[in-house]
Unconditional design. Sequence first.
Length: 107
Amino acid sequence: MLEGMRRTHLPRIHRPLLASISDSNQEAIGMAQILVRGLDEQVKQAPVSRAAANGRSMEAEARAILTEAVESRNVALEVMERVQADDGLDGLVVPERTDDARWADIG
């Protein structure tokens, strides 16, 4: 409920409450924090632009980028979903094979 809200947006009375919720939440769930030093300005600016385009904060965008990077993907399923989104393979021209089949030399 309070996640994502800045402390400055809350009345003064709620700021310590938010801090204690955040601290206890991190300990209970085991959420980690990372600090990345030495980024090029261009590397830092890319997620800022992406966050603005997605309507998220820089922190939320960084979290989404890292989560996306570590999730395993099924490439075959991804290809299938993209093909289906483009109305399947209707209209795909497959040329007729004119040469003899042969073993591939992978050696």
